[in-house]
Design a protein around this ligand. Sequence first.
Ligand code: NAI
Length: 256
Amino acid sequence: MATNKNGIFTGKVAFVTGGASGIGRATALAFARAGASVVVADISEQGAQETVRLIEEIGGRAIAVRCDVTQTEEVKTALDRTIEAFGRLDAAFNNAGIEQAPMATADIPEVEWDRVIAVNLRGVFLCMKYEIPLMLKQGGGAIVNTSSGAGIKGFRDGAAYVTAKHGVIGLTRSAALDYVSHNIRINAICPGITSTPMIERIIGGDDVMREQLLAQEPAGRMAHPEEIANAVVWLCSDAASFVVGHALVIDGGQTV
Ligand code: NAI
């Protein structure tokens, strides 16, 4: 589907972290289809450039920016580049994330704990810290942060990931209250098991593991990344104008 010249995001600018792969790439494309100019920010420059190519292929406008969300200077630079290229920031999707090496809580090395929290929680905070002033300056905006089913329930062998994703919901709710009166809406999403490179790494070609994961999904299948992307675009749109501090579960019934 081509980009929409009269779309709900025409003339607007979207910033997507983790935009080189999976849910982030699908969302960058969905924003472009809705008319937005898109900044694809990722630690993987090659992947980000491929997302830009896919956007350009459907007639959209995008730039790739290298950004490690754990590094303050890289986050600031990526947002500076956003303003230089497109002049504003209307929607930010703070989505970059990593999986945890599966192990019971007491076995998690401190370095693994710190790595997962740094990307999945501190990274979301850092991005918001520098996105919000830009939105305040222009009079508003919308932010969506990626949590997970692991943000609302525990999972065995996943304490660091689960802690980070629960944290994203707390961070989202507090930040939402801080800025709702400034016309900035901040929400989170909690995807279920979604067919992305991350999930394929977790499955690691193990059919038993694949069956175990699928057994968690009452829908009997994984989500397509586009099904998550649609929700993010909606949350950032005016159609969701009174949705504030919400953690939207998109999981085919996994956590019902
Ligand atoms: P993915 O591995 O396909 O994509 C993640 C992207 O984040 C990659 O492009 C990667 O290069 C980037 N990234 C990793 N560390 C980064 C850093 N420090 N700075 C900037 N970019 C970085 O993963 P997927 O599945 O698309 O996941 C996206 C988000 O959705 C993550 O936050 C993940 O925790 C969350 N999620 C995924 C689910 C799934 O089943 N796939 C379910 C629930 C949540």
